[in-house]
Design a protein around this ligand. Structure first.
Ligand code: GDP
Length: 851
């Protein structure tokens, strides 16, 4: 070792310079300043002196520190050196003993590692190990401190073991350090004995050690002298180093385990869920691989793909099952955002063409009128080439443009209205001058009035010799459609759809009416429209006819249509010609949607495909809920729930009856019910069965459907069922009035209601001398029972009520016959059964009606 200054030496031995200088002086050296150098010989002299005085001196005064020291961190801040003490251990013990100890330790270490590997998951063990490590570390720290304090000064490293070895007090703590070596739990439990013998067994232990060491127990001097021992010492040192290293590694390992285990508990993330989320987005929010989510969903029994869109409930289930928290984002936020994003400020509102629907009784000339106008007026030259109807067209006149919805009848009109869409500005009511006002004429008036749409009357077939336009005027005036010349607000135009007379005047009248309505739209705004009809075309996919109501719709726009969406791939006008854009009141066919929307669905143009998809899926989910909510709201029992507090509550009724007499009687009685707070309004009524159109009217006006001695046809029943409308059949006027009264006073109690069990259609009628008229029937719905009450219906109108005389299948009397089977039915005391009649089998049940 080369020369060092006093200061450096003082630093090395970690003692104050002053004290070192004093010790040096005591050792007979002449150093007086910190900068003076100390030679090896001088160091030796100092050492010899200290050796002599060490036992008297405070041992902690000079501490040996080595670069090769291993350090043990205790409680994060204290660092304890363990190197030197290990050497002391070596000095204290025989090599054989150390080897045995080493072996034991290695075994213990292996066992510990195995145990740790096996029970890695067992938290208990981990905690124990942790506690043990902590305990050991503390012990080590203690020991180290003691050891360190016990060490004698030894400037030259090689001598240090020998020097230290002589310091007995240092021996025990040194052993302690070894114990601190993080060997294992096993070591902790059992091998403490040799390392830290209990006082009683210490002697035994020593004796055993003696025996093992055979005859020769090398003295310290021997050890120092004997190369083998020294080598062994070196080995030992190395061994310790190694072991220390390994121990360090193992400690590190443990630390690592510890370091990871504590925070590796599942990380709970907050997952924000809107109405829908894709599998990959969900995985991303949970910070797991999409494959994990897919795997989990597969296990749940609902296989999914990475881009699959999950509804909120499913996503919530998945997220929660995987241990994450779910935050639901505002239900309506999406629609609100959409409405906000669709707001269009600016742009000039310009006049737009009126949109017209043609209504009227069957055969009064609706189709003829529409065809004539189309033929005569649509884009002149190309009219001949029209091969397809797209459900709407527009015509240019000198005074302006008129758009016709080419779906005559009430069904289309009310179906749209039922969806809350208002596509029609003006209704043309076609009344054949030779036929006058007919049931569907009345119905059309009711629909138009319910929708608040003005009527222009086209008195058609004026060319016919028996045309009587004045009678039409009279009849209509009696139904609150009053001609202008009589002081009303309805224009009457005499036309002939066949000859074309008066058609121009009709268009004029429409435009005049439109002016009164002051219809406007903003062509600069993003396109917005309503679906007139849609279909799935084999070659072109979903095709929707849309009437643009505001803004301009362009090819390439991202359209959101009801629960569907898609980029408009192509746009065609009413002649099937491709167009790039369409402004207000122009009907177009659009291609590119992902499905066929319903008539009445609204079209909006969005900038963002993601948003369009999100809203479309949101609506798909919402669709069911709306249906359920509507089913609840539409019941007579709940009909008042949804009305405003301030306004007069109105019970809307659509009433169909078998004969005009009972209809009028009922209308009169029902309208008379009510008081200051509640009233009854018959929004629709007529003679004949309940049709699809009636059901739609009821749906659109939140009305209850009453059938007096009439029944609903299949189409109407479908809507009633789908939309959850309240439809009731009656055969006693008094019952209807009672029920309505109860509804008005909110006193609906329990009631006897009828369930229709089955319907059989009469296909043939035989005369049997024994049974009278026997009807050969096909059971079309449900089941016909022999012993239940029946009614005979003709054109959906009740003509007889009674019971069965006989029910037979192939000459056998049977108790019941199922749908799809033929049977012979004899009706008791009724012989006027005809082909086409229906026999309805019903039962009466007590139904509790709750509010
Ligand atoms: P819709 O059921 O209301 O659509 O009635 P249509 O348009 O099918 O007409 C029924 C029948 O009346 C057809 O045979 C037409 O030819 C006829 N028709 C329609 N308009 C006129 C008209 O102005 N004059 C005459 N004489 N016949 C007409």
């Amino acid at each position: 070792m080369t020369q060092v200054t006093v200061k450096e030496l003082a630093q090395t031995v970690n003692t104050p310079v002053e004290r070192l200088l004093q010790q040096m002086r005591e050792a007979g050296l002449t150093h007086s300043s910190a900068e003076q150098t100390v030679s090896d010989a001088e160091k030796q002299a100092l050492l010899t002196h200290l050796k002599g005085t060490a036992q008297l001196d405070e041992p902690s005064k000079i501490t040996l520190q080595r670069k090769t020291q291993t350090t043990l961190k205790v409680a994060g801040s204290k660092t304890v050196s363990v190197e030197v003490r290990k050497k002391k251990t070596f000095v204290k013990r025989s090599p054989a003993e150390l080897e045995a100890e080493q072996r034991r330790e290695q075994e213990a270490l292996r066992a510990a590692e195995e145990a740790a590997a096996q029970a890695r998951a067992a938290e208990e063990a981990q905690r124990a190990a942790e506690a043990a490590a902590q305990q050991q570390a503390e012990a080590a720290a203690q020991a180290a401190q003691q050891a360190v304090s016990a060490e004698a000064a030894a400037p030259a490293a090689p001598e240090a073991p020998a020097v230290v070895a002589e310091q007995q007090p240092a021996a025990e703590p040194a052993v302690e350090v070894k114990k601190a070596d993080p060997a294992s739990e096993r070591k902790r439990e059992e091998p403490r004995r040799p390392v830290h013998p209990a006082p009683s067994s210490k002697r035994e232990e020593d004796e055993r050690r003696e025996r093992k060491n055979a005859q020769h127990r090398p003295s310290i001097k021997d050890k120092v002298a004997a190369p083998r021992t020294v080598r062994s010492g070196d080995d030992e040192e190395e061994g310790f180093g190694r072991r220390g290293g390994r121990g360090g590694k193992s400690r590190l390992k443990k630390r690592n385990q510890h370091g990871f285990q504590s925070p590796t508990g599942p990380v709970v993330r907050e997952v924000n869920l809107g109405e829908t989320i894709t599998v990959s987005e969900l995985a991303q929010q949970m910070s797991v691989k999409a494959a994990e989510v897919i795997k989990f969903m597969f296990k749940m029994g609902s296989p999914a793909t990475i881009n699959q869109v999950l509804d909120r409930e499913t996503a919530q289930l998945v997220a929660e099952e995987l241990g994450h928290k779910v935050k639901l984002v505002n239900e309506n936020a999406l629609e609100d955002q959409l409405a906000e994003s669709l707001k269009f400020e600016g742009g000039k509102a310009l006049h737009r063409a009126p949109v017209v629907t043609v209504m009227g009784h069957v055969d009064h000339g609706k189709t003829s009128l529409l065809d004539y106008i189309r033929r005569a007026k649509v884009a002149s030259g190309e009219a001949g080439g029209i091969t397809q109807h797209i459900g709407a067209y527009h015509v240019e006149t000198e005074r302006g443009m008129v758009t016709f919805l080419d779906t005559p009848g009430h069904a289309a009109f009310t179906a749209m209205r039922a969806r809350g869409a208002k596509a029609t500005d003006i209704v043309i009511l076609v009344v054949a001058a030779d036929d006058g006002v007919m049931p569907q004429t009345e119905e059309a008036i009711q629909h138009a009035k319910a929708a608040g749409v003005p009527i222009v009357v086209a008195v058609n077939k004026i060319d016919k010799p028996d045309a009587d336009p004045d009678r039409v005027k009279h009849d209509l005036a009696g139904r609150q459609v009053i001609p202008e010349e009589w002081g009303g607000d309805t224009q009457f135009v005499h036309v002939s759809a066949k000859a074309g007379t008066g058609v121009d005047e009709l268009l004029e009248a429409i435009l005049l009416q439109a002016e009164v309505l002051e219809l406007t739209a903003t062509p600069e705004a993003p396109g917005r429209g309503v679906v007139i009809e849609s279909r799935l075309d084999k070659g072109r996919g979903p095709v929707a006819t849309v009437l643009v109501q505001n803004g301009t719709l362009r090819q390439g726009d991202m359209a959101l249509v009801g629960v569907n969406f898609g980029r408009i791939r192509a746009m065609l006008d009413e002649n099937g010609k491709p167009i790039k854009e369409a402004g207000p009141s122009i009907p177009v066919e659009i291609l590119g949607l992902d499905g066929t929307p319903d008539a009445g669905d609204e079209l909006t143009v969005l900038t963002d495909e993601k948003k369009a998809r999100e809203v479309a899926l949101f609506r798909q989910g919402k669709f069911r809920e709306i249906k359920l909510a509507r089913a609840h709201a539409g019941k007579l029992e709940n009909i008042f729930e949804n009305m405003g507090q301030d306004e007069k509550k109105t019970l809307n009724i659509v009433l169909k009856s078998d004969v005009r007499g009972s209809l009028e009687a009922l209308q009169g009685s029902l309208s008379g019910l009510g008081n200051d707070e509640v009233q009854v309004r018959v929004v629709g009524g007529g003679v004949g069965g309940i049709t699809e159109s009636d059901a739609n009217l009821a749906l659109a006006s939140n009305a209850v459907l009453f059938g007096f001695n009439v029944r609903a046809d299949a189409g109407a029943r479908k809507i009633v069922e789908q939309e959850g409308l309240d439809m009731r059949y009656y055969n006693v006027i008094y019952d209807i009035i009672e029920d309505v009264k109860k509804a008005l006073t909110g006193m609906l109690g329990s009631d006897v209601r009828e369930n229709i069990l089955g319907i059989a259609e009469v296909r043939d009628v035989f005369r049997s001398p024994k049974f009278g008229a026997v009807a050969g029937c096909m059971v079309t719905e449900g089941m016909v029972h022999r012993n239940r009450p029946i009614r005979v219906l003709r054109e959906d109108v009740v003509i007889f009520e009674g019971e069965l005389e006989s029910l037979r299948r192939f000459k056998d009397d049977v108790a019941e016959v199922r749908a799809g089977m033929e049977c012979g039915i004899g009706v008791k005391s009724y012989n006027d059964v005809r082909v086409g009649d229906k026999i309805e089998v019903f039962e009466k049940v007590q139904v509790a009606r709750s509010l």
